[in-house]
Design a protein around this ligand. Sequence first.
Ligand SMILES: Cc1cc2nc3c(=O)[nH]c(=O)nc-3n(C[C@H](O)[C@H](O)[C@H](O)COP(=O)(O)OP(=O)(O)OC[C@H]3O[C@@H](n4cnc5c(N)ncnc54)[C@H](O)[C@@H]3O)c2cc1C
Length: 382
Amino acid sequence: MSWHADRDFTVTISGGSVAGLCNAITLRKLGATVRVHERVPGPMMARGAGIVVQNELMGLLEQNGAGPLPFTSCRGRRYLNSDGGDGVLQEMPQEFTSWEAIQAALRAGVPNECYRAGSEVVTVSQTGSRVSATLGDGSVAESDLFVAADGSGSAIRRKMIPDVEARYAGYVAWRGTLDESNVPSDLLAFFDDRFTFSEARNGGHMLAYFIPGSDGAVAAGSRRLNWVWYVHVDPTELTNVLTDKNGIRHRSSLPRGTTPERIIADLKARALRNIHPKMAALVSETRDPFLQTILDVTVPKTLFGRVLLTGDAAFVVRPHTAGGTAKAAYEASVLARALKSARANVDVALQSTERLQLEYGNALYQYGLALGNRWSRERSTD
Ligand SMILES: Cc1cc2nc3c(=O)[nH]c(=O)nc-3n(C[C@H](O)[C@H](O)[C@H](O)COP(=O)(O)OP(=O)(O)OC[C@H]3O[C@@H](n4cnc5c(N)ncnc54)[C@H](O)[C@@H]3O)c2cc1C
């Protein structure tokens, strides 16, 4: 039984990743009938690696009876410079998880009958208070609310606000993970129990921390050591770094396992020249580093009648904020709370959700910009 009226309140969600699943969980808890359409047919490919645990996501899982989410922890931070040495230590406990662990915890909270894999939303239109979503197989899904959680390249955002485009920030994130069992013992001892940062000689910086193993295991010996290295890449070079080993040009990130060998060899050589030797050793030990371009997306609106943009479809914030998944969780909780308190007045609830989304999204975006500018002031010369 729906919370708001004597009939079902139905929601269609495009995108079955973090934002789509957060909304599916909170809206189902409210009593809505939810259907998620995810265009990827099989299991979701891991796109991120390590993720700093944030309260917004933990709160959503706890309050909705979902999870548990496996996480690792450390006592504090270690700040290095590129010349070597043991750096400066700071007490600052922190917890970490992984993109796959979040995806698995959220997906377990959404029954299979509410989740359709291999189903692409092609377009949406609204008549009165009903939204029709046309799907890739030609069928139409009708609902009272449509939540567009279809990521940074959102087709629904392009339809609603065609002027908004993702802007390349001028640098990329190289990412890698090493199974703990393959990490040489001197590196293990150096990185264990610390969230480690290093400035790089050519600008940018690198960070490393332990995350759960790919099966979610968090015991010592089963974890992975995760690193991220922010590197300037001239826009004219993007096609080169975004073309995988099969010659396919990707839009914004290279999936894991597809980076050409010559690019990996070049990355490892540059690491030796530019970053702390222990960080360079991590890059060198990693078989399959993968790349994510850093993009900025901001929107003037998230609400179009009964169509709501959320997650990366609305704002794409810089990863230095560690805030992308937290924002998705926050927005899903805000929407559910607003619908609950406005009861039958769905449009009032959506308007108040949009106000909070814009406030939070703009603030996080500006924060990410400030962090990114601080760390990327010097241009690459290597
Ligand atoms: C490579 C990479 C690494 C990242 N690392 C981190 C990190 O370390 N920490 C952090 O906090 N955040 C990270 N993020 C960001 C974080 O993953 C997102 O902010 C968060 O997951 C919210 O994403 P989302 O669900 O809105 O979009 P996405 O995760 O992009 O999901 C969008 C989903 O929609 C589906 N889709 C797209 N179009 C359609 C359609 N027309 N019909 C149906 N389905 C569709 C896609 O297949 C996809 O599954 C990373 C992102 C990327 C790309």
